[in-house]
Design a protein around this ligand. Structure first.
Ligand code: NAD
Ligand code: MN
Length: 352
């Protein structure tokens, strides 16, 4: 049975990196003797502008039976960001209980970090981001009671299921890596949800005596990821904090365009979704210069999740070889002058 993958290119450079990375993923699958089949869902902001919804009402049902989902990115200058994100990405992550968002940060040989004292391989950590609730729970409201009385409430939600799932995934990852977990919260200022979160970290941590736990407040963690990134192994954080820290990780490892991401339901009751960390990047959309490597690395995470380790490592090796090769094409965000297609054509050659 082929691996059956739903592909949602989305908007802007999302469509560009999906179009270009798919043949690379297919080449890796071929080389590894893995068969994949894809179904293209043209959902996104154009659909919203034409029909009033980012995806059809039965969208989740149509996705449900696929083995995995690959998403480009959504975001359009004429549609509010809370509509594009809430009407598609968040529907899927919440609807399919993709509680676990895994986002690795790795400084590749051949890529320059803005923290110039670091060489390839010296920055390597992974953030486990709670992906379905926290500060992104859609709870709140806005009351206009006359100018002085206008008020808006945006609440955060922490459930045992959502919190325990991400914390356990992070401990599992730490146990597989260097055994060091950093728990990032703001429990000095947010004494309800975040103290609940800390308690669950202590509770689950008791099952992992081989993993050491460091607690950091998110403001201090932001500074330390710049000041001593080499010391981090696995970080676990809420939805908002994980979102912010992973763009920071992408920044210190050379480019947002290199960063991959997964949205996983560890129970495997629902399909998981894989996507580059970046958005639709209006500023460079249509120019053909988007870096496709974040998308290619996301395909590697997808194959890994489906148990196709050999296809995953073909993608990872091709990316590492290409970045380490000073003569290889590279996009402008990492100091090159090549376009998206030249980078993916070179990756295909390395794989084939
Ligand atoms: P962005 O990630 O689209 O872009 C941030 C900066 O990084 C821009 O300067 C962009 O040119 C650069 N960049 C991003 N990806 C790149 C790549 N592959 N190659 C080279 N450069 C790259 O974030 P933004 O500008 O804050 O948001 C733009 C839109 O994307 C908004 O509508 C936002 O809501 C949406 N967004 C969507 C997702 C998603 O679909 N998962 C994630 C983040 C942002
Ligand atoms: Mn983000």
């Amino acid at each position: 049975m082929p691996n059956d993958i739903a592909v949602i290119p989305g908007d802007g450079i999302g469509t560009e990196v999906v179009d270009r990375s798919l043949p690379v993923a297919e080449a890796a699958a071929d080389a590894a003797g893995v068969s994949i089949e894809t179904a293209d869902y043209g959902w996104g902001s154009e659909r919203y502008l034409a029909e009033g919804a980012m995806m059809p009402e039965d969208g989740l049902d149509r996705l449900r039976d696929h083995d995995a989902i690959f998403l480009g990115a959504v975001g359009h200058p004429e549609v509010p960001d809370y509509v594009t994100l809430g009407g598609l990405r968040l529907e899927i992550t919440k609807g399919f209980k993709q509680h676990v968002c895994e986002r690795p940060t790795h400084l590749f040989e051949g890529v320059t970090s803005p923290l110039r004292e670091y060489a390839g391989g010296e920055i390597d950590f992974v953030v486990y981001r709670q992906n379905t609730e926290g500060e992104y729970a859609d709870i709140g409201g806005r009351e206009y009671g006359g100018f002085d009385n206008e008020v808006a409430v945006q609440s955060a939600l922490f459930t045992r299921e959502g919190t325990e799932t991400i914390v356990r995934a992070a401990f599992e990852a730490a146990a597989d890596r260097d055994g060091e977990l950093t728990n990032v919260t703001k429990s000095n200022a947010q004494a309800h949800g975040m103290v609940f979160w800390d308690d669950i970290v202590d509770e689950v941590g008791a099952e992992y005596p081989g993993v050491s736990v460091e607690r950091l407040l998110v403001d201090a963690a932001s500074m330390d990821l710049v000041r001593r990134p080499e010391e981090f192994d696995v970080l676990v954080a809420s939805n908002l904090f994980g979102d912010i820290l992973t763009d920071l990780g992408a920044g210190i490892s050379g480019s947002l365009g290199l960063a991959p991401s997964s949205n996983v339901d560890p129970t495997r009751e629902h399909p998981s979704m894989f996507e580059p960390v970046h958005g639709s990047a209006f500023d460079i959309a249509g120019e053909g210069i988007a870096n496709p490597i974040g998308a290619v690395r996301s395909w590697a995470l997808l194959f890994e999740h489906l148990g196709e380790a050999s296809a995953a490592s073909k993608l990872r090796d091709a990316v590492a070889d290409q970045l380490a090769d000073p003569d290889a094409p590279r996009t402008p965000d990492i100091g090159g002058t090549s376009g998206t297609g030249a980078v993916t054509a070179d990756l295909r050659e390395r794989i084939e």
